[in-house]
Write a new protein. Structure first.
Length: 335
């Protein structure tokens, strides 16, 4: 059995987990930085300072909760990209330092791969599987063929889906992160009242474009009195639009996989926006594949996914040298 200490600091969550190859999560510490709320988005410099301030304590707590000493670990893993460089440096350097002192292997985990693989901690999902990764920083379709082996089928041409949620929320006067608030208000709204542009719909391929929706929301905010009901109706209509776009794109992603002679049965939807229950329900209702969602707390950024990806890599003997430099850009698979 292998046990890993894992660190996630690529954006605005400072998180630490201890995970083992028996699929047990021995500790999971997470601090969601609230310092960014008043700025309406993540401020990189503030994020890296908050990571620096709290990471040491979170590691101490995680080790205590898991009842382990550093020498009991088999490896350490950190998200080493893609993400905000300041945070990546903090997490990667701290993890490397522990690896160096304890003479254990260090594993540099790709954040996108961690989002894609965490499902295998919970369910027996065999390769190959289709992944829709919808988060604040990313929006793409991948085929996961094996550990470290991915094909990118399509991605957003402008905003990520999480960004679209956050920007629409901001225009509606809601705080950051906007996704959970939009989901909540949409429950009281009429999803057929406004028609937002379904960009890319019916076009071949599975790329996305969400930037056009912002302009329509901006105009609505200017034209309407913005009663509470108006806000709820915009939220509901926005989610309705997003669900239609996703359904259209999934169909094409499956066709693209088939054209590569890859038969898709299993479909994993992950990343922060995959925590949205309305979208989960719509996708489950209309897609004829075995659909898997991680629980909401493992859809948004966390260190359990980094630990699990580390375990999968360690089992394949994939490790990194302490010279590994964090990568703010780190593609997972080429198109
Ligand atoms: O995966 P994540 O925690 O961080 C990145 O890797 O980017 O995703 C954060 C994004 C934010 O844009 C947030 O608004 C969105 O996920 N999000 C949601 C929900 N919960 C988080 N979007 C829609 N509905 C939700 N319930
Ligand atoms: Zn993420």
């Amino acid at each position: 059995m292998k046990t890993i200490l894992a660190v996630e600091t690529s954006c605005d969550e400072t998180a630490v987990a201890v995970v083992n190859s028996n699929k047990q999560v021995l500790a999971h510490e997470i601090l969601s930085q609230t310092e960014h709320k008043k700025h309406g988005g993540v401020i990189p410099e503030i994020a890296s300072r908050v990571h620096m301030e709290h990471l040491g304590n979170l590691i101490r707590n995680a080790m205590e909760k898991s009842n382990l000493k550093f020498c009991d670990l088999d490896a350490t893993a950190a998200t080493s990209g893609p993400g905000l460089i300041g945070g990546l440096i903090v997490g990667t350097m701290m993890t490397k330092a522990i690896a160096h002192v304890t003479q254990k292997p260090f594993i540099a985990v790709n954040h996108l791969e961690a989002h894609a693989l965490v499902i295998r901690l919970l369910y027996e999902v065999k390769f190959p599987f289709l992944v829709l990764l919808i988060s604040g920083g990313h929006c793409q379709f991948l085929i996961a063929q094996n550990i470290g082996k991915y094909i990118k089928l399509g991605e957003t041409l402008d905003d990520s889906l999480g960004e679209a949620f956050d920007k629409v929320a901001r225009m509606l006067g809601l705080s950051y992160p906007g996704g959970p608030l939009i989901e909540k208000l949409a429950k009281r709204g009429n999803g057929t009242r406004f028609k937002f542009p379904r960009a890319m719909k019916k076009r071949p391929g599975c790329n996305f474009s969400f930037s056009g929706i912002k302009t329509v929301v901006k105009n609505l905010v200017r034209e309407l009195k913005m009663s509470e009901q108006d806000v709820c109706d915009i939220c509901a209509s926005f989610q309705e639009c997003i669900s239609e776009i996703l359904l259209d794109r999934v169909k094409n992603a499956v066709i693209m996989a088939e054209s590569l002679n890859i038969k898709i049965n299993n479909f994993v939807i992950t990343g922060g926006v995959a925590a949205n229950n309305f979208l989960r329900r719509k996708l489950k209702e209309h897609i004829n594949l075995n659909i898997f969602f991680p629980p909401s707390n493992l859809c948004t950024d966390n260190a359990v996914m980094v630990g699990w990806a580390g375990i999968e890599m360690l089992q394949k003997n994939y490790m990194n040298s302490l010279n590994f430099a964090p990568r703010p850009r780190w593609e997972l698979g080429s198109c």
